[in-house]
Design a protein around this ligand. Structure first.
Ligand code: ATP
Ligand code: MG
Ligand code: MG
Length: 375
């Protein structure tokens, strides 16, 4: 069968390979860590830094199709892989989504709203922009941020200097965003294939704790017309950006039903893990289908679901329980996923639990009282 090469060996790559192997594909990976989550299940692992051109070339030689599982792929490596192998996702989408300003402009060009923003090149520009957008507002580094790192919520004009000094150290451009007083955060994952077929999974309602995803709730507890609109927005973005593979679209939903796109991720997304048991096709199978130009799978929800992340501090109590049905309310079934990471460091994503349920409130209530997430 064909071999899919994956740049990066984390949990997204692992779950991609587990889905792709069921479809007959072989997997090779390049990751600096030996025995990475994907390395453990791949047919072949190349252990080297991501920007090692020689190693990337070896991955290209072994692969019929190349994909990536993180977005900060070095532009030089992406270009080299494209000349040595087949990278259906291209490098354009990476270039766009690696930089918040380029990303926002592309979203706006697709006819979709983002929070009002300004490019910031100096402390003086920041002062001016804070006056225009008002407080609170959010200063972000244009590149490299994740889990809320590289951000500063400016609550008063007194913070301007300190916010600028701190983030300017990152040596990247800065962007200031108006603070959206959202009612909910939702996300939609869309897939598009080279034949131009596009499909969006049902919108997920996301609850973060300390800027890290804690729960995804599907169906999201919001007006179904607004959710349908969110799904159409994701499709429009996928089409306008000529995405191949998956694009995850994070959005803010306000009390008046307004939707603003926060950011994009051109890969499987944590908020899409619910699809593994709750949809007819998982996001991982869909990504394989899309990059291999197969027909996209049906995206319908089979059951309401709540996905709860397992971070390092949750592992010990999780292992104690390990899906024991006796502890679950009637009508709730648990599917436990662990990523094979060796060190359960605090805040590190180690796994997740999909709670298939007849009522999302029941599953949320169970998580809230469970000792697993109390630590
Ligand atoms: P991720 O881990 O999702 O990649 P990130 O570091 O790229 O996160 P964002 O998603 O931009 O950061 O922001 C993190 C969180 O901060 C958002 O999920 C949201 O809760 C809050 N936030 C970010 N920007 C705004 C905004 N303009 N208005 C209100 N809240 C915001
Ligand atoms: Mg991000
Ligand atoms: Mg985000």
């Amino acid at each position: 069968g064909s071999t899919i090469g994956v740049l990066g060996g984390g949990q997204l790559g692992r779950m991609l390979a587990l889905a792709g192997r069921a479809m007959g594909y072989r997997f090779a990976t390049l990751d600096p860590t030996p025995d990475s989550p994907l390395g453990q299940v791949a047919d072949e692992q190349i252990v080297a830094p991501y920007d090692d051109a020689e190693a990337a070339k070896r991955l290209a030689e072994r692969s019929d199709v190349i994909t990536y599982e993180f977005e900060n792929v070095d532009a030089g490596v992406a270009g080299m892989l494209m000349s040595e192998s087949y990278v259906p996702q291209g490098s354009e989408l990476l270039y766009t989504t690696q930089h918040r300003l380029r990303e926002k402009r592309a979203i706006e060009a697709a006819g979709v709203k983002v929070a009002p923003y300004r490019e910031i090149r100096s402390a003086a520009e920041l002062r001016e922009a804070v006056r225009e957008l008002g407080t609170p507002c959010v200063l972000k580094t244009a590149t490299g941020g994740y889990d809320g790192k590289g951000q500063w919520v400016i609550r008063s004009e007194d913070e301007i200097e300190q916010a600028y000094e701190t983030l300017a150290r990152a040596k990247t451009e800065l962007v200031l965003e108006q603070f959206i007083r959202f009612d909910k955060e939702i996300s939609v994952i869309a897939a598009r294939s080279p034949r131009g077929e596009t499909k969006a999974f049902p919108a997920a309602e996301n609850i973060h704790v300390d800027n890290i995803l804690h729960l995804s709730i599907v169906p999201a507890r919001a007006d179904s017309e607004v959710l349908a609109q969110a799904e159409r927005m994701a499709v429009r973005i996928a089409d306008a950006l000529q995405v191949i593979g998956l694009i995850a679209v994070e959005m803010f939903l306000t009390r008046d039903g307004e939707l603003y796109v926060n950011e994009l991720a051109p890969r499987p997304h944590n908020s899409g893990h619910y699809t593994m048991e709750a949809c007819r096709t998982s996001q991982f199978e869909q990504h394989v289908r899309a990059i291999c130009n197969l027909p996209l799978g049906p995206v319908e929800l089979l059951t309401p679901v709540v996905m709860a992340n397992i971070l390092g501090e949750h592992v010990a109590p999780l292992l104690e329980w390990m899906g024991d049905e006796a502890g679950l309310p009637e009508g709730v079934a648990a599917k436990v996923h662990l990523y094979g990471k060796h060190e359960a460091k605090t805040k590190r994503k180690m796994g997740h639990v999909n709670l298939l349920t007849d009522d999302v409130e029941k599953a949320i209530g169970w998580v809230e009282q469970s000792p697993i997430w109390r630590s």
